[in-house]
Design a protein around this ligand. Structure first.
Ligand code: AOF
Ligand code: ZN
Length: 358
């Protein structure tokens, strides 16, 4: 199952709206098939592993990180494929919360006389596929908030200089994290100020996560890097329902996907922004700022993971803070996260935190 989990992670950021599942088929103490959910979400992991195993699947044990599907979706059900292949036993890490499956895959296997065990390494599987489960259950994707800052939490000097606070190693690590998400997201201010391309570069990859910009008025440059590359790598614009119609049309003509969102208190409502992104099929979103978007997500309790890259320099109070005002009344209201990893990355330190449950 540990191997199935690591195979599953190969698909992370590449399978939405499907979860990134891994599968290993073992026969006579040998691995005869390995598979993971393919780009775009299909074929499913089990189908890939079964194809590799061929006749060796007969009587074999199958380790799969998610309950095999039972529905006739875009492909025939994996549970049926496992039955047809004559496997002897199926070990599943977690059940599928998708209403079309939801225990039916396990029941189909058991009804066919196959031994089924559930729950092996369930916590790990649940964590790896948390984005999928969150979207299926709550409608919104899992959100990682990244902040590359000075020791004192500043992302730019008072004059707006920000390149570079952290070193090339941290930037490279940041790019590899982009790849494991379905989309990279920034606020309109960051898009205007930095003119980012938000793509993954110099890593030998062919596939790019989508780029999401959250901009109430759509007042973004149509000559910048995002607009220039909108036909090659998807650009999704979350804008206010009140945004200028001509701008909406112009962005659509450039190839962007437009998602109209609710406005609350003069700002885009990030609850609705994430609901729209979930409805669009995104499971895992990597937010790279700026300070206003970060503050809104945090204030609305919509951040699941923090990734910090901290550099050994201080910028001082005149610098731009990484997170805007949260309007906290007391320290006890501050969103809390638990430390899960720290690592030296070149001259900087990376720290990863996950939302404290309860
Ligand atoms: C599996 N193995 O590798 C994955 C599964 O639209 P479809 O037909 O591709 O079905 C999508 C659903 O299948 C998805 O919502 C989830 O319940 C399940 N994903 N199932 O047996 C896999 N990725
Ligand atoms: Zn399936």
């Amino acid at each position: 199952m540990a191997l199935a989990l690591s195979l599953g992670r190969r698909g992370q950021g590449n399978t939405a709206p499907n979860p990134a599942v891994g599968c290993v088929i073992v026969s006579g103490g040998r691995i005869v098939g390995r598979g993971w959910t393919q780009p775009g979400g299909r074929p499913h992991a089990e189908v890939v592993a079964l194809k590799q195993a061929g006749d060796a699947a007969r009587g074999a044990t199958v380790y799969v990180t998610l309950e095999p599907c039972a529905h006739h979706g875009q492909t025939p059900p994996c549970a049926q494929a496992l039955i047809d292949a004559g496997v002897g036993r199926v070990v599943v890490a977690v059940a599928d919360a998708d209403g079309r499956v939801d225990g039916r895959g396990l029941a189909m296997l058991r009804d066919a006389g196959i031994a089924v065990d559930e729950g092996l390494m369930a916590n790990k599987a649940f964590a790896d596929m948390a984005g999928f489960f969150r979207r299926i259950v709550t409608g919104r994707p899992e959100v990682t908030l990244k902040l590359a800052s000075s020791f004192d939490g500043r992302i730019a000097t008072g004059t707006g200089e920000s390149q570079w606070i952290t070193g090339p190693e941290a930037r490279r690590m940041g790019h590899s994290m982009r790849l494991r998400h379905d989309a990279v997201m920034v606020g309109g201010g960051t898009a205007r100020h930095d003119d980012p391309s938000l793509t993954v570069r110099d890593m030998g990859v062919t596939r790019q996560p989508a780029r999401v910009v959250v901009s109430r008025r759509l007042d973004l440059s149509m000559l910048g890097n995002l607009a220039r590359t909108a036909r090659e790598v998807p650009v999704i614009l979350c804008h206010g329902k009140d945004a200028d119609k001509d701008l909406q049309k112009a962005w659509e003509e450039l190839g962007a996907v437009l998602l109209p969102c609710q406005v609350a208190g003069g700002q885009l409502d990030t609850h609705d922004v994430l609901a729209q992104l979930g409805a669009h099929g995104l499971n895992r979103v990597y937010c790279e700022g700026g300070s206003a978007l970060a503050a809104s997500l945090l204030a609305n309790d919509l951040v699941d993971r923090l990734v910090g890259f901290t550099a050994g320099l201080t910028i001082g109070a005149e610098g731009l803070p990484g997170v805007g005002a949260l309007g906290l009344g007391a320290l006890s209201e501050a969103p809390r996260f638990d430390l899960v990893e720290t690592r030296a990355v070149g001259p900087d330190v990376m720290h990863i935190w996950e939302r404290a449950e309860g």
